[in-house]
Design a protein around this ligand. Structure first.
Ligand code: 5AD
Ligand code: SF4
Length: 468
């Protein structure tokens, strides 16, 4: 079947909305249930909240059990091979569910399905999948579901022309009542040589600042306390907009909003992190003292091969400026171990950088070749076993860096946003620096509140505290 073009079909296309509502209420005799599973990054989590928002408006409720569902959506990730393998394994399991209940509909969407070879593999090896959809699908989801419900076989990916459109006003079914994700831009123009994201998410496209401000205002009004701005490289926000606005301007606009909330952002690319950005954070009321600034490698030759466009020295310069300006700053980073051709000595430059900077925590990955990227064509002589040893060494070194930071926090007072309770006498929350804290307290009224706590101890993954 043919899926209509974007111009003909937006989420607000009331016809499909009504048609699906009508079919669901006539043919199910109960509220139909959808199961949405998300793989990968916060951008995908945010996309899934929109998928759920659309599904809810179409008449679905949600279940955590695939076996009970009438509709299964996998929102997939392509960043590394193991993420992709996990998706394929789990799609395989759906065969059983479909054979027990042939009426269940299965949609696979997200980054993995934007790669032709992966989309074709799903279509050919898993014929029980009903729809393969790319990353820009929200506008056609009601139409896709309608066609599924009336029995048309739909197989689409990479929808024509939706690349240029940002859909505002898509309903969002948020997972939390305290923490919210707000994408400020989509796609990536950087083409780091190892990374598949620019190929599956397309070119950078920023939302208008007035739309972002209005969404954040709404969230504050609803009582959200921890708002994270999302983008593959938030520091290049505004580049293609008609209005003259950059990321520092946007942060200032949001920081000026009234209310009791924290503002975070991820991810920052070091090549675009400016001193002005640091000054804005330092002078703000709401912006957290946390910067996620992925450096990937501490060696200049490898950084060049990665096409990262900064050096170890320029990275350290901005980090040192930030440390100097922002009290209690917590830095976190992403690291790739075993980039093609990396030697052990070059890897040791990464280890020395983590010690020099003192990151509160790290996201560490072993290099995974991605189809179509320049790095996948480079010679990669070091074995996976060898890289795994380097990786374990790095984790061990980082553990002592984190523990040293935790040790220095003991006895001091920090403001924590309480996120949940895990026992009658224990609540958990996050510092402004995004470190997890377990708080001994019998008070049951703390979730969603900012509380000052005194750090009393720590283990490998979190701080321990009591209410001050
Ligand atoms: N192999 C390993 N890690 C990767 N990342 C991105 N692409 C790859 C790859 N091919 C990591 C980077 C990035 C994070 C989101 O994922 O560290 O910052
Ligand atoms: Fe990938 Fe680099 Fe873009 Fe990040 S900045 S999404 S690592 S290409």
């Amino acid at each position: 079947m043919r899926i209509s073009s974007v111009a003909e079909n937006t989420f607000l296309n009331v016809n499909y909305y009504h048609l699906v509502n009508d079919i669901l209420s006539r043919s199910f005799g109960k509220t139909p249930l959808a199961f949405v599973r998300t793989y990968g990054c916060q951008q995908n989590v945010s996309d899934s909240e929109k998928i759920k928002g659309v599904l809810k408006n179409l008449g679905y409720s949600f279940t955590d059990d695939e076996n009970l569902s009438d509709l299964i959506v996998f929102n997939t990730c392509a960043i590394r091979q193991n993420a992709q393998d996990r998706v394929l394994g789990n799609i395989g399991i759906l065969k059983k569910i479909k054979s027990k209940n042939p009426k269940v509909k299965i949609i696979i969407c997200g980054c993995m399905t934007e790669q032709d070879y992966a989309a074709n593999k799903i279509k050919n090896s898993y014929p029980f999948v009903d729809v393969v959809l790319g990353t820009k699908y929200l506008n056609v989801l009601p139409e896709v579901i309608y066609n599924l419900l009336i029995g048309s076989k739909v197989q689409v990916n990479s929808l024509e022309s939706s690349d240029d459109d940002i859909f505002e006003d898509v309903p969002i079914e948020r997972d939390s009542k305290i923490k919210a994700w707000v994408p400020i831009m989509y796609g990536c123009d950087n083409f780091c040589s190892y990374c598949v994201v620019p190929y599956v998410r397309g070119r950078e496209k920023s939302r208008k600042s007035e739309d972002i401000v209005s969404e954040v205002k709404g969230l504050i009004k609803q009582g959200y306390k921890d708002i994270t701005l999302l983008g593959q490289n938030v520091n290049s926000y505004g580049k293609h907009l008609d209005e003259k606005v950059d990321f520092s301007d946007l942060l200032e606009m949001l920081d000026n909003l009234n209310g009791d909330f924290r503002l975070r952002f991820m991810t920052s690319h070091p090549k675009d992190a400016t001193k002005r950005l640091i000054d804005v954070i330092a002078g703000s009321n709401h912006i957290c003292s946390h910067i996620h600034l992925p450096f990937q490698s501490g060696n200049n030759r490898i950084l060049k091969l990665m096409n990262r466009r900064y050096t170890r020295e320029s990275y350290l310069e901005i980090v040192n400026y930030a440390k100097h300006k922002i009290p209690d700053l917590c830095l976190t980073s992403d690291i790739i171990v075993g980039f093609p051709g990396e030697t052990y000595e070059e890897f040791l430059d990464t280890v020395s950088l983590i010690k020099e900077v003192g990151f509160a925590s790290l996201f560490t990955f072993i290099y995974s070749p991605r189809n179509g990227t320049p790095a996948s064509l480079m010679k990669d002589p070091v074995t996976y076993e060898e890289k795994s040893k380097w990786f374990s060494y790095l984790l061990k070194e980082q553990e002592s860096v984190s523990l040293k930071i935790y040790e220095e926090m003991v006895g001091k007072i920090f403001e924590v946003l309480i996120e949940s309770r895990i026992a009658d006498n224990l609540a958990v929350g996050k510092t402004s620096g995004n470190i997890s804290v377990e708080i001994e307290t019998l008070r049951q009224d703390l979730v969603g509140k900012f509380i000052n706590v005194k750090i009393t101890g720590y283990n490998k993954t979190k701080l321990k505290a009591r209410i001050n």
